[in-house]
Ligand binder design. Sequence first.
Ligand SMILES: NC(=O)C1=CN([C@@H]2O[C@H](COP(=O)(O)OP(=O)(O)OC[C@H]3O[C@@H](n4cnc5c(N)ncnc54)[C@H](O)[C@@H]3O)[C@@H](O)[C@H]2O)C=CC1
Ligand SMILES: O=C(O)C(=O)Cc1ccc(O)cc1
Length: 311
Amino acid sequence: MSEPLFEKIALVGIGLIGSSLARAVRQNGLAGHIAISTRSADTLRRAEELGLGDTYTTDAAQAVRDADLVIVSVPVGASEAVAKQIAPALKKGAILTDVGSTKTSVIAQMQPHVPQGVHFIPGHPLAGTENSGPDAGFADLFQNRWCIFTPLPGTDPAALEKLSQFWRRCGANIDTMDADHHDMTLAIVSHLPHIIAYNIVGTADDLETVTKSEVIKYSASGFRDFTRLAASDPTMWRDVCLHNKDAILEMLARFSEDLASLQRAIRWGDGEKLFELFTRTRAVRRSIIEAGQEVDAPNFGRQEIAQPVST
Ligand SMILES: NC(=O)C1=CN([C@@H]2O[C@H](COP(=O)(O)OP(=O)(O)OC[C@H]3O[C@@H](n4cnc5c(N)ncnc54)[C@H](O)[C@@H]3O)[C@@H](O)[C@H]2O)C=CC1
Ligand SMILES: O=C(O)C(=O)Cc1ccc(O)cc1
């Protein structure tokens, strides 16, 4: 195994993403020491039972002291609270990053608290599942997945390269873009699909003419795919919706317009229009597969369902 990239890595938040990082860091020998911190004592105890790190504390400031790399993996709405807590303890020269699904809001929440001399590089691995908590993570989560950085003006290229190396050694491919563009892109490729899934499963759950047992009994694979997304963590997705509000509302407006057009085509029996759309969308899926992208969540189809622990 090659040299550890960092002497000490601190993981603040040890749910699906934090615990997957802990496992990947361990498996790939990326740190001399892994310090784990999370808000809830129960989650911390579980992380310790799983042997995810070397030291454990509910005091995030204590975990980040002397760390060369600090990774914040908490729901995006908790970013400012965490930044405030850890800021005074960050080491000069340390790299501070996050994994949040939204970027402009995380930057607005964290940047004002980052001390001079600390390299803050916002990040987002495009890898995850519907499960949460420390039991849900796995070392291979980031294999062949994108990790997007949204570096701020003046970012130290050496720090960016070191963080890129870290993610590459966790298996990810790196891309960089500005935070606004990230939030708009992710609104359509990730946030809307989850919102649509929450909505369709909610609608099915509300139907009075179809009983709940029928929804379960007859759920075809299309509906099942939606239920997987709609089983995603409520706190995390509440925060994504509240913290990428403008981009999500813009994409939802376009989506609603297109849905109305589809509705009209069905009402007026416009088969040509339906056929043209369905042909175009089929080609999108095929180009994703041809581009070598995985099309399903990496643990999709696994039998075991991780039980969320209280966080
Ligand atoms: N779940 C997914 O598929 C993906 C999630 N993300 C992002 O990663 C971040 C973490 O998500 P998950 O690991 O899935 O969530 P999770 O619910 O599995 O874990 C969240 C962790 O944050 C801790 N936490 C919550 N509030 C805190 C606070 N105020 N201070 C300290 N710790 C706190 C919890 O105790 C828990 O350890 C989120 O920002 C999410 O948007 C990014 C990519 C994929
Ligand atoms: O489970 C799925 O299909 C996902 O889409 C996982 C996911 C959720 C949130 C992200 O910011 C990135 C990836």
